[in-house]
Design a protein around this ligand. Sequence first.
Ligand code: OXD
Ligand code: MN
Length: 608
Amino acid sequence: MSQLPEKVFNYVEENINLCKPDSVHICDGSQMENDILLYQLQKDGILKKLPKYKNCWLAKTDPADVARVERLTYISTELKRDTIPTPKTGVASQLGNWMSPADMEEQLFMRFPECMKGRTMYVIPFSMGPIGSPLSKIGIQCTDSPYVVASMNIMTRMGVKVLDSLKDGDFVKCLHSVGRPLPLTAPLHNNWPCDPKNTLVAHFQERNEICSFGSGYGGNSLLGKKCFALRIGSKLAQREGWFAEHMLILGLENSKGEKKYIAAAFPSACGKTNLAMMTPLLPGYKVTCVGDDIAWMRFDENGQLRAINPENGFFGVAPGTSNKTNPCAMDTIQTNTIFTNVAETSDGGVFWEGLEKEIDDDVEITSWLGEEHWTKEKSSKTAAHPNSRFCTPASQCPILDKEWECPKGVPIDAIIFGGRRPDGVPLVYEAFNWQHGVFLGASMRSEATAAAEHKAKSLMHDPFAMRPFFGYNFGDYLKHWMSFQDKKNLNLPKIFHVNWFRKNSEGQFLWPGFGENARVLDWIFRRINNEDITQKSPIGLLPKFDSLNLDGLDNPVDLEALFNIPKEFWLDEVKALEKYFEEQVNVDLPPQIREELKKLEERVKNSA
Ligand code: OXD
Ligand code: MN
């Protein structure tokens, strides 16, 4: 303790006085520390070893603690308007939850005092981004969950080396408790301590502080991820003139060895991890992975946008991941991985929906809820929870980009926005310019996901895929994006919108997706090189029909159906966007967005 930098010491001491843990452990980040922790977690019945793989573990949570809790996640600022736009009278905001710092303090005071009694408080110094990179930031997380420590050890760079680089600098304060002091007053489910009735995730933007109580799961408890890298991060980015975004970063190399980097924002569960690790089915192309979830991006002194992945691992959704959809992720997770809420197999492995063809016939499945001899036919429930996860080191990814830890970041040449849109939205189109591109980001909609507590399949507005992650007023966020248009000497990347999920009238996907998405990336690559392969449409620049490389596709695709722009659909889309912007962003909507919406409406109205 006494060797901690003074500010860290003071923060830890404050938390000890508040939470009253029995003991304190300062994490050094060593292999031995991790081994002991995993052993302890096994002894406590929280992790189970999976003998089929090397150093892989299974956790099953309390079934009441399985996803991010958006409705219990708050941003605290003195002025409400600094957190969320004032919605139209009578409308509830969908753009975040606000509580005043005074009210939030009161809420925290009802939860944190003595909450770690009988437990150990772990102090995790961690770096978001490569240690020492000018784009990186440091956090100190105090937590009473050893599962969180083991997961943070995968997802971030952590330990003494971080403290060395911190010296007396500033850090983001992160306090986390599962909220179950010992002795317990009620039994646990699956040995998983949590307090769902009192869960609360709070962000104090004015003092870079996060306090999370009651949940041990994912984005609620691995505070480096959504809380720091996006909610606190986006506010830091606004103050300091950069971007903290819910984006993957990939490298794309063509057959001539030419390389571009692309950042892409998709709402949760649109296949971000699959795209970030794609095996291109277009000969000659190679994809390399820099990150699968979050990008921190900043223009350098030459006006080039550069990005780092602030994370050190992948916390990916397991269901749907297979050797067909994402062989690289499957390779990555064979060792040193913590699985949560997946099903287990009688040969000591894991199972989830999507792996049906990849397990031996004689293998028995036990579902995440403990149902033995689970079969799809017999059971009314899925084998794995739809939001079950793998938590795995990025360094094990077979196509990890060699520059992925480059301190100055990789140069970004294009930004992609996308969503899960069954109707009306073409496979790919390009924004006319930066302002129109920002409008495309603002207009993103997608079918809902299991990553949070929403009903699947309903179409939700999810601007920039950041709806659950904005750290400040979305109107101000749009102004921030727009402001780069007026800055001199910036090489603004081109902006695109993609939709892999358009369906025909029989409900079948019109595009094969996965590795074939390389054909869309190839078109984008050529557009970065300014090839003359676009045609104007009311919604943006579409590919000239013969410009999308379809050579060697297994089945023909219906280009007309993939790219048509149904007038009625788009007039409805304009109306839906207008309603959304007016109701949700109201007076905070930058005039440029209103202008782009008007222009879109005019173009659609005047189209054939
Ligand atoms: C995630 C999410 O967990 O976006 O990455 O919900
Ligand atoms: Mn995400």
